[in-house]
Each structure stands twice: as structure tokens, then as C-alpha cells.
Write a protein that binds this ligand. Structure first.
Ligand code: ATP
Ligand code: MG
Length: 732
């Protein structure tokens, strides 16, 4: 016991050993929040204040929840298996699986990932003959998710104009379709679970009495619905222990609300707010850079971090000629560090956008440095894996139209687009799933689709009593998927991935047993949708870690490379725009128009800065920051300017590893780099707003005075040359 508390400082100890009260631990990066939360669970259990049964702990990623479980079993001798530790989505899924009937779901309900959701919306628009230019599917998904995250069903959604009215109707159609297919999207997992508890008093009471202690990590990134869900569960007297850092709130674009922290303090925590200010993770220079960066944000609860670890090394900065040069630099440094004895797993390359990983991967591969990518096109999102999973899903639930359409003609079975259109039309008319409607087809379509249905039926019989891995293998072979990729020229890697899927099934069964309602197949499919990417090949290998900054939240590494620090990339132009779109959507929902008018774009930029703060504070000993003058993105070479965030790091903390190339000789073309148009005080790298194209970043300038022109990268609206005299550009 004393061991348990031995390595805590005074405020940490106070937090861990608080009596049964609600509490908020508001503290900066690396100050031991996660450590405190885990130790508190261990302390509560080892002092017999609660059993494993009475604890509900929510963390942000599956990785974090696994780590928490592992740390717990190291701290207290208990069986952590079966404990309710997980992500919001994971825990809601678990609850819905246990009470699927009460929740109005089929036992084998499947989860739609964001790709599946998008294709479902596209299909819906097509069936209803709706112009997808007028109602872009992505926006519609966003609209639906934003509503669900506010706890608003289509029936309650308010329409303040004709356009929104139509969107609400489409939302309703989407709900009907999901119910018909027995599938739920990510936001639905939460909403459905919330509604179930809210409506079903005895059930809610059961869980309220069960969970005596509720602990939430990364509380700053909870959204309204998650907050209400927690409130419901805490309604029976449970004590909530929330830890978070407002400076690390990075999911505002998805509806997370830092305001939850203020509300929580007001409604629950009251006197029990504990601040931790000592950082145990990073050396002084790294921390100083992080503190200096985040000071530029206006919306903060305010706190300062210190460390007694000493200044450590300066932050190394490199300006590359191109993205390839940048990758070369990073990989060379890594090889040198490995030679010096640094473990590859203790090195991470972070990027703002997943698309950046390709060049880095290429270079790592070419130089034989083992690496592992988190996120991006993750294992379970690969085409061949999704095909195999779709067959498995159909075995579990024939009404799953998304799965049906994915594989009905894959590998090709001579089922044409026309036949499928007919099938979809009659399913629509009969108000049934495609699978059920198949019998209504006649002629050639009836034959080909009929053969497919028979294939699925016989697969179901053949695999009924097979263990999961053999079932997966059987499906891959008998559906023709294996053969298809064997014949494909570039199919080798896909075949290897399919083999890996069989391995994943075996590992899964070993780890989890045939647990869960609905048996191993359903649990495995759920695992595939919720835990995508965390069971890739080579787990446990000594590999350099590649991930987006979002995915790096809560983690720490000895050496961190932050790559692509360029205006428009980090801070990200789209995210500034998307962030705005998301926020505007939300404000509209919340009728906070006055506020919307007040703050154009700044919130998006502040969120980007928090993201940069998260990136910087991942590093323990050494931090690299780099940018490139040209970069290939989405098939185009872009000319870039260094990120404004680089300027926000005090120069005395930086060690520049190369001299800046002479501007005229580089990518900025026609030597115009120096020509800063005086008009309106605009300069390179500046973020500006244009009435028609939205928010953009100035990437080059040309001419002077009345001839001055600027090239602006408007993200979604593309690259534009604008004459300053005519184009009204307002600095953001
Ligand atoms: P983040 O905001 O990034 O999630 P955090 O506040 O959750 O960070 P932790 O991950 O819990 O911080 O801790 C950061 C590091 O500091 C960990 O390696 C942890 O073990 C270590 N640490 C925390 N408290 C102490 C302490 N009192 N003594 C020594 N090391 C500590
Ligand atoms: Mg943490």
C-alpha cells in the first residue's frame, strides 16, 4: 500500500486519497493526471472502499484503456478482467450488447465506421433521387452526427429554413434505414445507450447502484452527450473523478466542449479542484516552448507548468527543401539515435495529416528502419479486410445492406449495376433488406443474385461449428476472395493481410475467449470496428512509432519529431474551415448565433495551437521540429511557408540545423518571396478570409503597389491568384 503512494508529490497524493467526493483534477500535460487516476482506482480497491465491480473508468483510446488495466494489475493483486474500463464507445457498446432487446437492436447488431456511414448516406441519396451536389454526403453525415452528439433525434431536430428541413428529413430516412439494417454508427452507440438508460429506470438504477466510482481521463474532450451519459450514471450517488487539461482540448471540431469542465466544477466538484503543476515528463526547454506557444491562446483556464528536470537539450529545427528531404533528414537522425542506443519504440514521428505518412514510410522502408503506423489506412480499414469482414457480417446479420452491397459482386459474379438498382428499388418498396428482397428478382438478375444468397446460406451452415479463425479462413477461400487476390498482379500484400486477419482472429479468441453476447464472431466484428488499427502485424516489435498528433494524445516518447510545420498544414487550413463549419453547425443547433458572428476562425486556430501544444508535450528528452519548402499533397506540389507556430517558439530555445536556403533559388518562384505587398499589411504565411473562398493561407506574392498579387491556398476551394486591389482579403 505504502508502495502505491510512495512516488507521488503532495497534490497528487491529495488527489489519489480524496474521500468519496466528486473531484476535478485540472492540470497540464505530463503532470501525472493519468498516473493519479490509475493510482486512485488501485488505492480505492486496495483499501477495500470498492471492488473491481464498482468501478467505471473511461479513457480516450483503447490503447490507453489497455495500459490502465495493465498498470492496475501491477498495482493491486486483483483480476481486472471484466472490469468496466474502456472508451465511451467501447463501454456503450458493451451495455447495448448486454441489453440489446431493451435497446431495440438485433442481437448481432453491427457497427458502421465512418466510411460505412458515408456509403450508406450516398446510397440513401441515390435511392431518393436527391442531388448530392446540393446535399453533399459528407456534410450530411456531419449534420447527423452533430445532432446525435447533442442528443437530438430527427424527430426533435428543429428546421429554421427549407434547406435544413430537407436535411432533417434525410436524417429521419437515415435513422429508418439504420434500424432496418440493424446497424449503428459511432454516435448512435452513445445516443442509443443514453436513451436506454434514460428511459429504462430499473436498468439505469441497476447501473447507478453498481458503479460507486466513476473516473474519466481526458475530460476536456468529452462532448455534451457523453457528459449527460456520465451524469445519468452518477445519478445514484456515485462519485465522479474527472481529470483533464483545457489546453489539450483537440476535438472541438467534433463537438467536444471545454465548457464541460466549467460545468463539472460548478455542478459537482465544487471545493475539490486540484491543480498539478509539476511536469515529470519533459526537460525544461521543451516545457518552455510548450508554455510559450499556448500563451498565445486567449481562451484558457490558465496554469503554468514547471519541471526540476533541468533545461536539457535545445529544440532542433530543420527547414527542408522538400517533403522528401525532410523525411531523409528525420530517418537519418533516427538511425544515428539508434546507433547511440535509443530504442526505436521510444521515438515518434508526428504529423498533422495522415497523408504525410507515405513519404516517411517510404524513406523508413528504404533504409530498413522498422516502423509502425497508427491510424491512417488502418488494418481493419483496408479494402481486402473490409471485404472479408463484410462476408462475416452478412453471416451474422443478413439485413446489413452495407455489407451486402460491398460483396454481392465481389469477386465478380456477373451481377450488374442495373440488377442492383432493381433490387434496391424493390427492397425500398417492400421496406425490407436487400437480402430479403433478393427473392423478388426474376430473370438473369434473379439467378445471379439468387446464387449469391445460396452461397451465403451454405457458408452459414458450413461455418456454424467452426472456431473463429477457421471460420475466417473458410470464408476467405469459399467466397473466392483468396483466389481473386492470388490472380491479381499486386495482390500479394492483400493476401498477406488476409492471412493476418486469420491471425488476428486467433489472437482475439486467445485473449478474449468466446466472450460477449452473440459469441466470438460478433465480438470479433465489434473489435474490428472499434479497435481498428491496434492489432497490426508486428506488435511488440522494436519499431519507430508513426502517428497523427491526435492519436498521440496521452502518450510520451524520449524523442519526438513534429513534421510538416507549414502554414496550411499545421495549422491546418481545412481544419480551420472544418472546425468552423462544425462549430457553426453546433451554434446553429444551440441558437448561439450572436457568438458565431463574433469569432470568425480564431477558435479553429486556437484548437490547432492546442494540438501543437499536445505534440510538443509528448517529448521527454529531445524534440525536433521540421518543415519543408515544397510538399506533394493530394497529387499536387505545394509551395509552403513555415508554420506560424515555429515563430511562437522563443528563438533562444531553438537550434537551427541548417541555413535557410536563399529564397530566390527555391520554390517560391520568380524571386517574389521578398515582395511583401504593403496593402492591408498582408504577408506570406498569413491566414486570410475571402468572402467567397473562405479561409486561406497566403503562399506567395508577386508585384508591388497596384500590381500586387497574392497566391492563396484556400484548401477545399483550391489555390487562387488574387489581385490585392480587387480581392477583399481580411486577415484572420
Ligand atoms: P497528459 O496530459 O499528456 O495525458 P498526464 O498528466 O496524464 O499527461 P502522466 O502520463 O500521468 O501525465 O505522467 C507523465 C509522466 O510523468 C509519466 O511517465 C509518469 O509516470 C511520470 N510521473 C507522474 N508523476 C510522477 C511522480 N510523482 N514522480 C515521478 N514520475 C511521475
Ligand atoms: Mg494522461
Amino acid at each position: 500500500m505504502s508502495d502505491l503512494l510512495a512516488n507521488l508529490n503532495a497534490p497528487q497524493l491529495q488527489a489519489v486519497t480524496l474521500p468519496p467526493v466528486h473531484a476535478l483534477i485540472l492540470a497540464g500535460a505530463g503532470s501525472g493526471k493519468t498516473r493519479v487516476l490509475t493510482t486512485r482506482i488501485a488505492w480505492l480497491m486496495s483499501t477495500n472502499q470498492v471492488g473491481p465491480h464498482g468501478v467505471l473508468a473511461v479513457t480516450f483510446t483503447n490503447k490507453a484503456s489497455k495500459e490502465m488495466t495493465a498498470r492496475l494489475s501491477a498495482l493491486v493483486p486483483i483480476n481486472t478482467r471484466g472490469m468496466w474500463i474502456g472508451t465511451f464507445h467501447g463501454l456503450c457498446n458493451r451495455l447495448l450488447r448486454a441489453h440489446y432487446r431493451e435497446a431495440g437492436l438485433p442481437q448481432t447488431f453491427q457497427i458502421l465506421d465512418s466510411g460505412d456511414q458515408l456509403s450508406m448516406v450516398k446510397r440513401l441519396l441515390k435511392n431518393l433521387n436527391i442531388d448530392d451536389e446540393k446535399f453533399p454526403p459528407r456534410e450530411l453525415c456531419h449534420f447527423i452526427n452533430a445532432n446525435k452528439e447533442q442528443g437530438i433525434r430527427a424527430a426533435q431536430a428543429e428546421a429554421y429554413d427549407g434547406y435544413t428541413q430537407k436535411r432533417v428529413e434525410l436524417y429521419a430516412e437515415y435513422e429508418t434505414q439504420c434500424n432496418r439494417e440493424g446497424v449503428v454508427d459511432f454516435a448512435e452507440l452513445l445516443l442509443r445507450c443514453y436513451e436506454l438508460l434514460n428511459r429504462n429506470e430499473p436498468l439505469c438504477k441497476h447501473y447507478q447502484e453498481r458503479f460507486r466510482y466513476i473516473l474519466v481521463d481526458e475530460f476536456q474532450d468529452t462532448n455534451r452527450l457523453q457528459y449527460s451519459w456520465l451524469q445519468l450514471l452518477a445519478g445514484g450517488g456515485a462519485k465522479v473523478f474527472a481529470v483533464g487539461d483545457d489546453d489539450q482540448s483537440i476535438y472541438g471540431f467534433r463537438g467536444a466542449e471545454v465548457g464541460n469542465m466549467r460545468d463539472f466544477e460548478r455542478d459537482y466538484a465544487g471545493q475539490n479542484v486540484i491543480r498539478l503543476e509539476q511536469n515529470y515528463r519533459s526537460h525544461g526547454n521543451i516545457l518552455a516552448a510548450a508554455n510559450a506557444l499556448i500563451k498565445n491562446n486567449r481562451e484558457r483556464l490558465g496554469k503554468n507548468l514547471w519541471t526540476d528536470a533541468g533545461d536539457g537539450e535545445p529544440i532542433r529545427a530543420y527547414e527542408a527543401y522538400s517533403d522528401i528531404d525532410e523525411a531523409r533528414f528525420i530517418v537519418d537522425e533516427i538511425r544515428e539515435l539508434v546507433r547511440d542506443g535509443v530504442s526505436p519504440t521510444q521515438m515518434a514521428i508526428l504529423y498533422r495529416s495522415n497523408a504525410q505518412s507515405r513519404v516517411l514510410e517510404h524513406e523508413l522502408f528504404a533504409k530498413s528502419v522498422p516502423y509502425k503506423v497508427y491510424g491512417g489506412l488502418r488494418f481493419f480499414e483496408r479494402q481486402e479486410i473490409k471485404h472479408a469482414l463484410a462476408y462475416l457480417r452478412l453471416l451474422g446479420n443478413p439485413d446489413d445492406d452495407t455489407a451486402f452491397l460491398r460483396v454481392v459482386n465481389f469477386p465478380t459474379r456477373g451481377i450488374g449495376a442495373r440488377s442492383l438498382e432493381n433490387l434496391q428499388a424493390s427492397a425500398h418498396q417492400m421496406n425490407s433488406s436487400l437480402y430479403n428482397a433478393a427473392a423478388s428478382l426474376s430473370g438473369k438478375a434473379g439467378q445471379t443474385v439468387g446464387a449469391f444468397i445460396r452461397l451465403i446460406e451454405s457458408l452459414r451452415q458450413e461455418t456454424e461449428n467452426l472456431p473463429l479463425p477457421e471460420m475466417v479462413e473458410h470464408i476467405i477461400e469459399k467466397t473466392g476472395l483468396g483466389q481473386h487476390y492470388r490472380l491479381e498482379k499486386e495482390g500479394q500484400e492483400r493476401l498477406e493481410n488476409l492471412d493476418e486477419l486469420i491471425n488476428a482472429a486467433a489472437t482475439f479468441v486467445d485473449a478474449e475467449g468466446a466472450i460477449g453476447e452473440g459469441g466470438a464472431l460478433v465480438s470479433f466484428l465489434t473489435h474490428a470496428s472499434l479497435e481498428a488499427g491496434e492489432h497490426q502485424a508486428g506488435e511488440g516489435d522494436e519499431a519507430v512509432q508513426l502517428m497523427s498528433v491526435h492519436a498521440a494524445k496521452g502518450l510520451e516518447f524520449d524523442v519526438v519529431f513534429i513534421s510538416g510545420l507549414e502554414q496550411g498544414l499545421f495549422p491546418h487550413e481545412n481544419s480551420v474551415n472544418q472546425g468552423r463549419e462544425g462549430l457553426e453547425e453546433e451554434r446553429r443547433l444551440m441558437k448561439r448565433k450572436a457568438l458565431a458572428a463574433e469569432m470568425p476562425g480564431r477558435e479553429g486556430l486556437e484548437e490547432e495551437r492546442r494540438l501543437m501544444y499536445v505534440a510538443v508535450t509528448r517529448a521527454r528528452q529531445r524534440l525536433y521540429v521540421s518543415c519543408a519548402q515544397t510538399r506533394m499533397l493530394h497529387g499536387q506540389t505545394r509551395y509552403c511557408v513555415p508554420s506560424a507556430f515555429l515563430d511562437e517558439i522563443p528563438a533562444n530555445l531553438l537550434l537551427k540545423l541548417n541555413k535557410k536556403a536563399a529564397p530566390a533559388a527555391t520554390s517560391f518562384g520568380s524571386g517574389s518571396y521578398a515582395a511583401e505587398p504593403a496593402a492591408g499589411g498582408l504577408r506570406m504565411g498569413q491566414t486570410v478570409e475571402h468572402a467567397k473562398f473562405g479561409i486561406g493561407v497566403i503562399v506567395s506574392t508577386e508585384g508591388r503597389g497596384a500590381d500586387a498579387r497574392v497566391q492563396v491556398n484556400f484548401g477545399g476551394s483550391g489555390m487562387k491568384w488574387l489581385a490585392l486591389e480587387y480581392a477583399k482579403l481580411t486577415p484572420v
